[in-house]
Design a protein around this ligand. Structure first.
Ligand SMILES: Nc1nc2c(ncn2[C@@H]2O[C@H](COP(=O)(O)OP(=O)(O)OP(=O)(O)O)[C@@H](O)[C@H]2O)c(=O)[nH]1
Ligand SMILES: [Mg+2]
Length: 185
């Protein structure tokens, strides 16, 4: 940790980062973001997001503002209006929803080719969620179906998660924090 980070830490100041949380409806975005919030700020009941909601959580050196977007078809056209502001992306996949994996890929490709995203080295963290479901696909399989190996110009990482138990989330957030810190130094 650099001197500035240490100083900022002592003063309680953290670098602010805007993150877009994207993915199909029902993939677990809101459940994941809720798990990352301090326990006294966590909601007990998660309902499908309408439009989007703005949430905050902190890690050891960063303060994240998350745009938790609705994944429902009728709201997906809202996503692009926030691309310019996003400094990182969390893309959530329901690993048990095999039928809609192709739709998730279409939405991912649309995102990757969008003019506000295409030429930026913006880090993308993939959460292959719902690993607790008995016949969920592995994160390797999800990665293959989404053709993640074709993403050459952006740092990306995939983690297998169970958002209900909070498993796998920390590894992903640690990766994201490292990426953002390297980006800015
Ligand atoms: N079994 C299981 N269920 C999960 C997991 N994560 C989320 N869910 C459930 O999946 C449903 C949808 O979760 P949400 O967090 O609302 O999904 P979302 O992606 O925010 O959905 P939209 O807001 O509609 O885009 C809820 O019933 C969650 O309890 C998981 O890891 N495992
Ligand atoms: Mg939601």
């Amino acid at each position: 940790m650099g001197l500035f980070d240490k100083l900022a830490g002592w003063l309680g100041l953290k670098k602010e980062v805007n993150v877009l949380c994207l993915g199909l409806d029902n993939s677990g975005k809101t459940t994941i973001i809720n798990q990352l919030k301090p326990s006294n700020a966590q909601a007990q009941d998660i309902v499908p997001t309408i439009g989007f909601s703005i949430e905050k959580f902190k890690t050891s050196s960063l303060s994240f503002t998350v745009f938790d977007m609705s994944g429902q078809g009728r709201y997906r056209n809202l996503w692009e209006h926030y691309y310019k502001e996003g400094q990182a992306i969390i893309f959530v996949i329901d690993s048990a929803d095999k039928l809609r994996m192709v739709v998730a890929k279409e939405e991912l490709d649309t995102l990757l080719y969008h003019p506000d995203i295409k030429h930026r080295r913006i880090p993308i963290l993939f959460f292959a969620n719902k690993m607790d479901v008995r016949d969920a696909l592995s994160s390797v399989k999800v990665s293959q179906l989404l053709c993640l190996e074709n993403i050459k110009d952006k740092p990306w990482h995939i983690c297998a998660t169970d958002a209900l138990k909070g498993e796998g989330l920390q590894e992903g957030v640690d990766w994201l924090q490292d990426q953002i810190k390297t980006m800015r130094t």
